[in-house]
Write a protein that binds this ligand. Structure first.
Ligand code: FE2
Length: 247
């Protein structure tokens, strides 16, 4: 397992380099995803270790982190966007890249099915129902690790409300702690509110603590309009976070 992991690291590094470009905009996008991949790889392993998983499972979590966004590089090169709705689902695109790599045959069928499931579900609104508890566990790990790093990536781009506000449906979802449909995002404030709704979908207190400690929650709240519905949603969210951290 350790040897395959090393082969994978080397392959990913070389693969990403093939997308490097002299075009500043493309290069910036590729490096952004390269750094995200590196961070999520480390965070996935850390979380698996925190959960006291076996070394074998820690390595599997690391592999999933390493490959979860492998479809991003083709996606940006083909469509010049990271928006799945405007191009194609980058998780499924990634699975096509993976299907062509011989070294994945070194993994057992069970491990491979976990890896496929976790990657296919990493960017879904909710995890597809499964009876396989291991598929579910690894999907939860990658989703938490991914979100934790996305908060880091987005932080420098956070801007105060531009006055457009959030749509009523999103605010109701937020108040009730539900997830929403990304395709319904219309305003910049909607987009920030979605980042807060994600918190209801964080699985492990380990992740929640890191998100809170790094100040991401308060920074996003500060950048949203302070309407009565929003205040209610924030109050509910804070109570939810407090309970989650006690788990
Ligand atoms: Fe992704």
């Amino acid at each position: 397992m350790e040897t395959v992991l090393q082969t994978m690291h080397k392959w990913v590094q070389e693969y990403i380099r093939t997308f490097y470009s002299d075009d500043i905009e493309i290069q910036r996008a590729i490096v952004l995803k390269e750094e995200h991949t590196q961070q999520v790889t480390v965070l996935s392993r850390e979380l698996a270790k925190h959960l006291k998983l076996s070394v074998h499972d820690q390595i599997l979590a690391e592999m999933i982190g390493l490959f979860h966004d492998i479809g991003r590089f083709k996606q940006f090169t083909l469509y010049r966007t990271f928006n799945d709705a405007l191009s194609e689902n980058h998780a499924l695109l990634g699975l096509k890249v993976i299907a062509e790599l011989d070294f994945f045959q070194e993994l057992s069928e069970a491990d491979l099915s976990i890896l496929h499931f976790a990657i296919a579900n990493h960017n879904a609104k909710l995890i597809t129902a499964t009876d396989n508890s291991r598929q579910l566990l690894f999907a939860k790990i990658i989703r938490d690790a991914d979100k934790l790093d996305i908060y880091r990536v987005l932080e420098p781009f956070l801007q105060p409300s531009d006055g457009t506000g959030c749509n009523e449906m999103f605010l109701q979802s937020f108040i009730h702690g539900r997830q929403c449909d990304y395709a319904q995002i219309k305003t910049y404030d909607d987009r920030k509110l979605v980042r807060l709704m994600w918190l209801y979908n964080i699985y492990f207190s380990w992740t929640m603590l890191k998100i809170v400690e790094r100040g991401y929650v308060d920074k996003i709240i500060d950048c949203l309009p302070k309407t009565p519905l929003m205040e209610q949603g924030v109050k509910n969210l804070k109570a939810y976070i407090k309970a989650k951290l006690k788990e």
